[in-house]
Design a protein around this ligand. Structure first.
Ligand code: MN
Ligand code: MN
Length: 490
């Protein structure tokens, strides 16, 4: 360097003196970022145009939340409380840098049309995003649209086996599983026994038992356990990889474990709410219980313990928010039919994008149930791998996107709605005390949240197309003599 000239910084951003954690390792390192990518991990890095001192802090991969309903039209009188501008702000407030949402085909509608409409809505996102394609009407014309869409990177499908207006038959589900297997897409399933729920609900209404708490009475664990077993059998018969959404307790997780023990490519996720809420929360006074009304319903303390055990055993490796934001009092919210509405009229779902990582860190790492690498795996790495985003997302490595969270592991926070930064009017986690909170969230090298302030503009996020990947390749093993997907003997 000639005399008198100041060298240009080697990096756009350097995060120094932090403790870096991945799903496998915890180590002291500085992180050098250039052009949105991690280009150096080391202990004597040169200067950055911006330098962050992370002394006493953890530096984690940004969270990957693979189950979020942001700005997804709900239909009927229910209104989704978040646009992608607010939903992505809330995600960043809680340390999440990638979301996978849903492009939902309505009955009788085209699939590409749904995807293009959702891409337009997602253009406001401050963090990166991808979609699952919801098929509510997998007719031949809709299935014929899938090869093109999957090739464009929409590499996961979602189906419902319950909910009027969304559910498909088992026969239709088999067509979707077969299409996913052929085309290299993972099928995700909302698995509850529709007719059992309908039968319970009819009997509850006839008996005048329609408080929010009776939502849980309409769908006891057997409703979920039976359906999880059924979809595992369907996945086995077609050699089709699946992820079962929102495994809510021990009996369903046991079905997932049995499928895995048979070698099947069956994965299960659980959600933050099933680890901290129970059916008792649905019985809070003054209709507050409606804030906890989601499907499957929150269960028991014993189910929570069983889920933690299944997490410890590695049966469940993905924890999502299933962020489904409806306001409480606001338009189209939980009280849209009044504070004495029957549970059958209360919009389903809980918001939880911002609290997913803090609650799991506090309940998991701080309380000694899981270690730090397991936390990283549960909140980022596994979801990135399962949905074909790894190693671009979900880890801290040279060449990965600089999606980073500077995390204060000791900060004690009482959760209140103002911290959540979403479009909602409440959080069901109000008043919960947690230890550990994100201090800064960085997406591709650009700070999105700093000290609780959202600092990146709408539109900073980018769509993440997903290329074919190994993890969801079919095994090529069928339980019988015949491959029914391709119509050939095995
Ligand atoms: Mn669901
Ligand atoms: Mn959902």
């Amino acid at each position: 360097m000639p005399n008198g000239e100041t060298p240009l910084p080697a990096f756009d951003l350097v995060i120094r003196n932090g403790t870096v954690a991945t799903a496998t390792d915890v180590f002291a390192a500085d992180i050098g970022v250039k052009d949105g990518v991690v280009v150096a991990l080391g202990q004597v890095l040169g200067a950055g145009a911006r330098e962050i001192d992370a002394t006493g802090r953890l530096v984690l991969p940004g969270g990957v939340d693979s189950h979020t309903h942001i700005d997804e039209p709900r239909g009927g009188p229910t209104v989704n409380a978040d646009t992608f501008a607010t939903g992505s702000a809330s995600a960043a407030a809680g340390g999440t840098t990638t979301v996978i949402g849903f492009a939902r085909q309505g009955r009788g509608e085209g699939v590409r049309q749904a995807v293009e409409e959702h891409l337009a809505r997602a253009a406001k996102s401050r963090i990166d995003y991808s979609f699952h394609i919801i098929l509510t009407d997998p007719n031949p014309a809709a299935l014929a649209e899938l090869p093109g869409l999957i090739a464009e990177g929409h590499r996961s499908l979602k189906i419902f086996l319950t909910y009027d207006g969304a559910r498909i038959t088992d026969g239709e589900a088999l067509e979707v599983l077969a299409a996913g297997r052929r085309l290299g897409a993972l099928t995700c399933i909302h698995a509850e026994h529709h007719e059992l729920i309908a039968f319970h609900t009819k009997a509850l209404v006839a008996a005048g038992l329609t408080l929010p708490k009776h939502h849980a009475w309409a769908k006891p664990m057997v409703v979920e356990r039976e359906c999880v077993h059924r979809v595992c059998a369907m996945a086995e018969a077609l050699d089709a990889p699946i992820q079962v959404f929102h495994v809510s307790g021990g009996e369903s997780a046991e079905e997932i474990e049995r499928a895995q023990q048979r070698g099947l490519k069956v994965w299960g996720e659980t959600c933050t709410q099933y680890l901290v809420f129970t059916a008792d929360d649905l019985d809070r006074p003054d209709f507050e219980g409606a804030k906890f009304l989601c499907s499957p319903a929150p269960r028991s303390r014993e189910d929570q313990a069983a889920l933690w055990e299944m997490i410890r055993r590695g049966v469940i490796q993905n924890i999502t928010s299933d962020h489904a934001p409806t306001r409480f009092d606001g338009p189209g919210g939980k009280t849209v039919f009044g504070r004495d509405a029957p549970f059958t009229k209360v919009p389903n779902g809980v918001p939880g994008l911002a609290v997913r990582m803090p609650v799991l860190f506090s309940e998991g790492v701080v309380k000694g149930r899981i270690d730090l690498p397991t936390f990283v795996n549960l909140t980022a790495t596994h979801a990135a791998k399962l949905f074909g985003l790894h190693p671009r997302k979900g880890t801290i490595a040279v060449g990965s996107d600089a999606d980073l969270v500077v995390w204060d592991p000791e900060r004690r926070v009482t959760i209140t709605h103002s911290l959540i930064q979403d479009g909602n009017d409440h959080t069901p986690y109000e008043g919960m005390e947690v230890t550990g909170w994100p201090e800064m969230t960085v997406v591709r090298g650009v700070p999105v949240m700093e000290a609780g302030r959202i600092v990146a503009p709408e539109g900073h996020g980018t769509f993440l197309p997903r290329a074919p990947y190994e993890m969801i390749k079919p095994r090529g093993i069928f339980p019988g003599f015949f491959n029914p997907v391709d119509g050939v003997a095995v």
